[in-house]
Each structure stands twice: as structure tokens, then as C-alpha cells.
Design a protein. Sequence first.
Length: 496
Amino acid sequence: MDGRAEMIGSPLCAGRFFVLALLLTLSIINVPSVECATSVGFYSSSCPNVETIVRQRMEAHFTSDPTTAAGILRMFFHDCFVTGCDASLLLDSSSGRPAEKDAGPNRSVRGYEVIDDIKAAVEEACPGVVSCADIMAFATRDSVSLAGGPDYPVGGGRLDSLTSRSTDANILPSPTFTVNQATQSFASQGFSQDDMVALLGAHTIGFTHCGFFSDRLFDFQGTGQPDPSMSPSLVSRLSGVCPSGGGGSSIAVALDQGTRDVFDSSFYTQLTQGNGILQIDQELNEDPSTAGTVSSFTDQGTFFSAFVQSITKLGDLNIKQSPAEGEIRLHCGRANPPGTQFPPPTPPATATPPPSNPIPTPRSPPSSAPSPRPRPPLPRPTPTPEPRPTPTPQPRPTPRPEPIPRPPVHHPVHRHRRRPIFIPEPFPIRHPIRRRRQPPRRRPLRRPTRRVAKPSKKASRKSSKKKFGKRAAKKVVHKTKHSRRTHKSKKKPSKK
């Protein structure tokens, strides 16, 4: 079983069954049975790893570009809100038949290459089993979870649409809608006003372009002034990003100015402060019918609970389950060619060829006759082994003879050496190393001595007489630079 007949559905379905059981128990009124569209664990037997494969591929894309989560979530809403969750948005336009992908509101939708990558990985594991609509639903759940939002169960069993028309996308709600217009648009698809406020909370990770709110920024309702409901700080910040001439169609602005890539309740807190960028977002806080819901959704737990219920309801909207309405596309961008069976047939098992020598099986005798002894099994013919080719012995390589050692060559004695030089023959003969002539050693410089002034002869005699007497005055010591010299003073004859 592939789970298509089982309708054990989503949390919304469980809630419906609980209410029915309660009403039937009390016997108040008779309520017709409710049949849920999808069932959790739909591919548990046919493709048990499909949700794991989708999660792994989404993690890879989210790691490389965190804005992928916002693109997949917006794609899921634009696909389900038009003709149901049938992957009609993924079909390419054909000649003369524009598809939903080329409609005005869907030209800025991105993430098609992510779904194609996931589809290729799923087809490799389970060919022709999982639809593109179910892959988109699983990828949306993983996008919300990876961005920090709640992780909720998603049912399977959707089929892909056979056609796609661009005119069907005209029912998408416009970002310039008032609260009354948006409420009527969501009510046409079976959503309540609380569902509308909860689904618009997906703008917490969304982006928009300057062209969608330039009138609020520069010329609100033809007044030439910005929207008075916008805070002055937001007006000054956006005026420096978006040009006043109405251009800036390629400039992207985050709808959540606080935590742009995180799925949380800060979007509603931003609305209460007058920082809503789109007109429909800010009017949720200005209108009395929705202001209370916006205030309650500032609590993250309350918002997550309401969002899971609303996104599950969106995933079960107008799905296709009969082969007459849809198919399982092999490629999400184009419908299957005519004649493609659904699901694709399983290749038949290869028939086992009969044995070459079958053994006849003896028939059993009738029950009245005595049972004969079992015969021993006939010996099977022993197959003759095929002769194996005898390997030809290859000749062993002849070992090379070892070189004969030669005696060292004796060279004549060098004239500077007394012993002969023995050098082996394989090495070249080098000239013996000559000792370099050492330069002559220089004497170290002596420390210069202090010069002493040479006293005069008269002064030396006078000083000698004073210290040592007349006898010692005859010998005077004179200190010179190189040595001591002793001079005997000779008394010159005085001139008379």
C-alpha cells in the first residue's frame, strides 16, 4: 500500500475527526463525514526516504543562500492559492499558451532550480513515485524549520496538474489591498481572517522591491507626501535606498527590518511600531478587525501554533488525487508525454531458464495402495571439467655476473709527502692538496708607556742632594720611552 487510500491526515484533519466524534457522542446534530485530502506517511512503503532526501537538499541550498527559504515559501503560496497545490506554477509555457509562471504576480517568484534539484535526487532513489506537488510541500516545511520556525507534519498524496494558464494567477491578493479586500480574497479560498493574518506572517523572512511601496513612500494617494501611518525613521531609511522617480524595481528590501532571515514573531512587533513596509501589512495593525490578532501574534508561541494550522490548511487546498485530474511528472517543468503510464510499470522479473537435464519427478500412488519405499535420487551427470590451459614456464632472467674487484692503483710518492697515496680506480685521481703558506706572525703591539718629562741636570742634582745627599746626586735616573738609563753626572768645571 502506498497510503493513497489512507486518510490519516494532518493536525487539521485530526481536529476535524475529534469534533465529529464529540458531536456524535453528544447526539446533538448529524454531521456529514469529513474526508481529509492528504495523509502523513504516505510514502512510508513506496519511498520511505523521500522526506530525508528533501531535507538534505534543502539544508544544502539554505546553507549557501539563506534567502532560499523565503523563495520556496512564496512559491508554495502562489501555487496553492490559485488552483490548489498541484505544482501548476512549475510548468513552463508552451507555444501560444502562457503558463502561470509568466503571469505578472509570479515573475518575481524564485526557487524553481531548487525544486528541480530535489526532484532529480528523489527520482534517482524512487523513480516515478513522488509528485512535484508533494516535493514542494515537504520543501516548504523544511524552509520554515531551517529559518527558525516550527517543524510540523506534512501529508502526501497530491498529484501534479496537467495544464497551467497565466490568467488563473489574477486572483492572487495584491500588496496594495486593504484589509477588507484581502479578507474577501482569502475567504474565496476558504480561509478565515485569522488564517489570513497568520499566513501573512510569512513576510517575516520575505523580501519586496521598491516598486511595490514607492507610492507610500513618496506620493501616498496623490498627496505628494509619505503614508502617515509609516514611522518617520522608516521613511528616512527607505528614502535613501529607493529612488523617488518610481524606479528601483531591482532593489530588494527585507520586509522584516529586525531579523530578516529568521522566522519569528518580530514581524508583528514591527507592525505595532508603524514599521510595516507593504500597505496590506501595515493596515493589519490599523484596522480594528485585525489589530487584536496582530497584538496576540507578537507572542511567538501563539503565532507558531496559528501558522501551522493555516499552512496545513493551505497545503490541502483543492488537491488532485485521481489519474484523470493529474499525474506524477517525471520533470517538474513539463507534463509527461502522451502514453506515459501512471505509475510507471515495474520491470518484469527475469524468467529462470529450465535446467538442461531435468530430473523426472515420480508420481505419487493413489491413497489406497501401500506407499512404496522412496527411491534414492538418480545420480546427476557429473559435468566434465574443462581443461585449463597449462601455463607456459617463462625463462628466468640470467643473473648478471658480479664485477671482479680490482686492486687499488699505486701512484708515485708526492714530493711533499713521505707516504704513497692509494686511490681506488673508479674514482678520478685528484691532485694532492697543498698546504697554503701561512702569513708571518705579527708581534703584538706593546702597550704604550707614559712619557716622563726629562728633567734638567741642575734640577736633578738639586733634588738628589735634598733627598739623598751629595753622594747620591752623582747618579740620576732618567726614564725614557723604551728603557731605564743610568747616567753618571759629571761635574763640569765652573767658569770663573
